[in-house]
Design a protein around this ligand. Structure first.
Ligand code: OFO
Length: 170
């Protein structure tokens, strides 16, 4: 059993994760167009991961006799000034997701919903890892730069980071 207030907050989170999945999918498309193969692969994996985050919340709501609502998602932007600009947008979105998860766990505590609180701890950990990953990429971009000669190398680095992330999932 879940309260109506918690159900609404979970559905808002579902919308945020779905939005993240679409934003990252559109980013993958932009990267592909720019010939940034490694970045495109990274964004495709991120998009799939956010979709999985959304589905996990969906399943949870069903398990606690709640009602999961499929969100309406606005078309995300399909172009960026630079790779740095794109990763800055990812970082900003992840910070927004973290703030929302924190609010959700605070609400679970307020409502005395221990089941939801426990379930949400997975997301708390996940957000810490995600923010750390994106911050480390932004640091790399600062070091490598984005000039015509560094872009090829930067894309290779992001490809390697993506492969490392994929191997964690195996
Ligand atoms: Fe699910 O928001 Fe990123 O990780």
């Amino acid at each position: 059993m879940i309260s109506k207030k918690m159900e609404k907050a979970f559905n808002d989170q579902i919308a945020l994760e779905g939005t993240a999945s679409f934003i990252y999918l559109a980013m993958a498309s932009w990267c592909d167009r720019e010939g940034l193969e490694g970045c495109a692969q990274f964004m495709h994996r991120q998009s799939a991961e956010e979709n999985m985050h959304m589905l996990k919340l969906y399943t949870y709501l069903s398990e606690v006799d709640g009602f999961a609502v499929t969100p309406a998602i606005k078309q995300p932007p399909h172009s960026y000034k630079s790779v740095q600009d794109m990763f800055k947008a990812v970082y900003a979105h992840e910070q927004k997701v973290t703030a929302s998860i924190n609010k959700l766990t605070a609400l679970a505590t307020k409502e005395g919903d221990q089941t939801a609180f426990n379930f949400l701890q997975w997301y708390v950990m996940e957000q810490r890892e995600e923010e750390n990953l994106i911050r480390s990429i932004l640091d790399k971009i600062k070091l490598i730069g984005e000039g015509p000669h560094s872009l090829y190398y930067l894309d290779k680095e992001i490809k390697a980071i993506n492969e490392a992330e994929l191997s964690k999932e195996e």
